[in-house]
Design a binder for this molecule. Structure first.
Ligand SMILES: NC(=O)c1ccc[n+]([C@@H]2O[C@H](COP(=O)([O-])OP(=O)(O)OC[C@H]3O[C@@H](n4cnc5c(N)ncnc54)[C@H](OP(=O)(O)O)[C@@H]3O)[C@@H](O)[C@H]2O)c1
Length: 388
């Protein structure tokens, strides 16, 4: 038998196999992190499915006709007898086709008590079972990234690929997910683990108070994303639009609406001052301001710089803007400001072109903020004569 010859099922094939089996299941391992990240980032040797150990007899019944299951224990694989419903102390099974030679997927068993998932290496660490997974837009369930990273970081052997997974995922995790990972690893290892410093630096580096000008229209997705990471103040005029957006935010997020016409300099100044008093200094500004209101950016920058020694300004600009000219002459630089530009372009597809969707705009801004890009062009602005 070739123990280590893998010819794994794809994520879609696993979904097809599992979707009619009446138990909860989640893709785990490196694939779960890639599903969360939104694309495959590296080659995966195997594919893991997580299920509750009490559901194992049901899964086995469904797989019995065409598959063979082997219990993996300390590097030894033992075939599970047709009648056996339990796996002994092992929580890992390898699966192949009956009489097949290569492995298709691995089943990992989790313990639960009173509908709570229990982390096997420290049973103080628990989460309600209905909160350990999420689904992709296509409906494929996978284990939450912070839990998967705990499984990786909590293992006795951390491989280079695990370090890389942490590095890649930290920028896309929400603040409370990062904090949960930090506290869980700290709990398991009594505050001494190689990842804790990196994770803590990430928490400290998150913006504390972000200000978004024009965050209720096409930047709504950006506002909601930021609200999962920091306190957010949003400048806009229309209360109904603001309410619709806030209703989509997580209940524990902190969004302060600043209802003001940014062309009204005195009122704008007052609102910015008030939110700094209420929520603290602003360390991140995302500004989508119409070009007939240039004064607004000056007022905002002046007020922010007075209270913040170091802050970032992401200036969102239209397709026809001249970035260099704006950077060099049209925008005043204020102390502590790290000035960044994001230009909204268009999408060119062979001979056809179209303007960006709101989602493309918000995703592009999220990318610029996540990776702190000095200049980001969403879509393209060239060739200019091919614009819609
Ligand atoms: N390149 C591309 O692909 C692309 C794609 C989409 C749009 N665009 C360009 O963007 C333009 C549409 O953008 P938009 O700005 O109408 O869309 P928007 O982002 O959907 O709305 C503007 C945002 O700014 C706020 N706002 C506007 N004027 C304000 C003021 N005087 N005071 C305070 N807040 C104000 C709005 O809130 P309130 O409504 O509450 O005031 C809203 O939050 C189009 O003209 C198009 O040229 C380009």
């Amino acid at each position: 038998m070739q123990h280590h010859s893998w010819n794994t099922l794809s994520v879609e094939e696993i979904n097809h196999l599992m979707k009619d089996i009446p138990i909860s299941w989640w893709i785990a391992g490196g694939w779960a992190l890639d599903l969360h990240y939104g694309k495959q980032t590296r080659k995966h040797e195997d594919i893991d499915i997580l299920i509750r150990s009490k559901d194992f007899p049901v899964l086995k019944k469904y797989l019995d006709d065409s598959y063979e299951l082997f219990v993996a224990n300390n590097g030894i694989l033992t075939k599970l007898d047709d009648s056996e419903k339990r796996t002994g102390t092992s929580d890992s099974l390898w699966v192949r086709k009956k009489h097949g030679t290569s492995w298709l997927f691995e089943i990992m068993l989790i313990e639960t008590e009173d509908n709570e998932w229990i982390y096997k290496r420290d049973n103080q660490i628990r989460r309600p079972v209905n909160e350990i997974g999420i689904t992709t837009d296509g409906g494929i369930p996978y284990i939450k990234p912070e839990i998967q990273l705990l499984y990786k970081g909590g293992s006795s052997v951390i491989r280079e690929k695990d370090n890389k997974d942490l590095e890649r995922l930290l920028p896309v995790l929400k603040k409370r997910e990062i904090k949960w990972l930090y506290h869980s690893l700290s709990q398991q290892f009594n505050g001494k683990h190689a990842w804790l410093e990196t994770i803590n630096n990430k928490i400290k580096g998150l913006p504390v108070h972000a200000l978004i000008i024009g965050g209720t229209g096409m930047l709504s997705g950006t506002s909601l994303w930021l609200a999962d990471r920091s306190k957010v103040s949003i400048v806009a005029r229309n209360e109904a639009k603001m309410d619709r957006m806030i209703n989509k935010a997580n209940p524990d997020s902190s969004i302060t609406p600043l209802f003001v016409d940014y062309k009204d300099s005195a009122a704008l100044k007052e609102k910015i001052r008030a939110t700094i008093i209420q929520n603290g200094p602003i360390d991140l500004v995302i500004a989508w301001i119409h070009s007939n209101s240039n004064n607004a950016l000056d007022i905002i920058s002046y007020e922010v710089a007075k209270e913040s020694p170091s802050w970032k300004l992401y200036h969102v600009l239209g397709s026809s803007s001249n970035l260099n000219q704006i950077k060099n002459t049209a925008v005043k630089t204020y102390p502590g400001c790290q000035y960044r530009q994001i230009q909204l372009g268009f999408i060119l597809d062979k001979e056809h072109s179209r303007w960006l969707t709101n989602k493309e705009i918000s995703d592009g801004i999220i990318d610029a903020v996540t990776y702190d890009r000095e200049v980001k062009i969403i879509g393209t602005v060239e060739p200019w004569d091919k614009r819609p």
